[in-house]
Design a protein around this ligand. Structure first.
Ligand code: NAI
Length: 291
């Protein structure tokens, strides 16, 4: 008996890296999986069927159920077709893992509009489009659902040279927090994953010794758990996961000052005094090393 027997999942960008491991993990718990992947290069150029097909073959070889879909998540028709593929093949949809992603790293001084738009499109628009199509199915089924959206410490904390990627990933986290509120009355949970793993996306940023400790397989159990009944009351959360470590990342609220709301607006000098009086108590600016 798997924890996800009878469930149907979509994993975007599941032809390699983290998405492949999520798909294998979900299938191992009994979910039927639609393996989506455009099959292109790390920067999103190109495409092909071999990546998604290989993961479908792996799942089937292990006794699981899976079908491939080769659409571009940033394309509305492809995203709708992805959800339709799940329903046509397996009769329903319960789980969406928005994972597909690309990189176009560039310092802000040099970034082009094309590099900005391409990254925002795949991550933020792609997450929106697939979720939007899936939401209709969740509403029609009336049995809740599970959504895990992939953000990054680049968006939640900050990382040099990734304004496009960080903006998209912070957007995904904001999207997740709002959708979690809207999903509550329907039993739909929506959580954010900020993974850290040695994949083709990060292999030139990490030393090869990190390949084993940072294997993407060490992230997927948290994704699978979020899709189980055990996590039915977990929503709107941000989990940083990598190298067998799980960290919850939340906002901090630090009161700085409050005048009577009916009084005149603060003077700039009063603001200055309040800021200076409280600054020693402000939480430190988070760095990547903190998670
Ligand atoms: P990856 O490059 O191995 O996987 C991304 C997959 O998405 C690829 O298989 C690619 O073909 C697919 N893809 C790209 N554009 C697509 C599109 N428009 N439609 C459908 N599929 C598309 O990289 P990795 O590391 O597995 O990344 C997975 C997710 O995790 C991404 O969202 C990434 O931004 C995020 N992430 C990864 C981190 C890491 O340490 N590896 C750190 C933080 C976030």
């Amino acid at each position: 008996m798997g924890k996800l027997d009878g469930k149907v999942a979509i994993v975007t960008g599941a032809g390699g890296g983290l998405g492949r491991c999520h798909a294998l993990g979900l299938a191992a718990e009994g979910a039927a999986v639609v393996v989506n992947d455009l099959g292109g290069a790390r920067d999103g150029t190109g495409g092909g069927h071999s990546m998604a097909d290989a993961v479908v073959a792996e799942i089937k070889a292990a006794g699981g159920r899976a079908v491939a879909q080769y659409g571009n998540v940033a394309d509305a028709a492809d995203a709708a077709d992805l959800v339709k593929t799940a329903v046509d093949a397996f009769g329903r949809l319960d789980i969406v893992i928005n994972n597909a992603g690309i990189l176009r790293d560039r310092t802000f001084k040099k970034i082009t509009h094309e590099e900005w738009d391409a990254v925002i499109a795949v991550h933020l628009r792609g997450t929106y489009l697939v979720t939007r199509a899936a939401w209709d199915v969740f509403m029609a089924q009336g049995e809740g659902g599970r959504i895990v959206n992939t953000s990054s410490t680049s968006g939640l904390i900050g990382n040099f040279g990734q304004t496009n990627y960080g903006a998209a990933k912070a957007g995904i986290a904001g999207f997740t927090r709002v959708l979690a509120l809207e999903g509550m009355k329907y039993g739909i949970t929506v959580n954010t994953l900020a993974p850290a793993a040695w994949t083709r996306m990060t292999e030139d940023l990490m030393p090869t010794e990190q390949a084993q400790p940072m294997a993407p397989e060490k992230v997927s159990p948290v994704v699978v758990w979020l899709c189980t009944e055990d996590a039915a009351n977990v929503t709107g959360r941000q989990f940083c996961v990598g190298s067998n470590r799980i960290t919850l990342l939340s906002w901090q609220v630090t009161p700085i000052g409050q005048h009577d709301p009916k009084a005149a607006p603060w003077t700039v000098d009063e603001v200055d005094a309040a800021m200076k009086a409280s600054q020693a108590n402000w939480p430190k600016l988070l760095r990547l090393s903190d998670v």
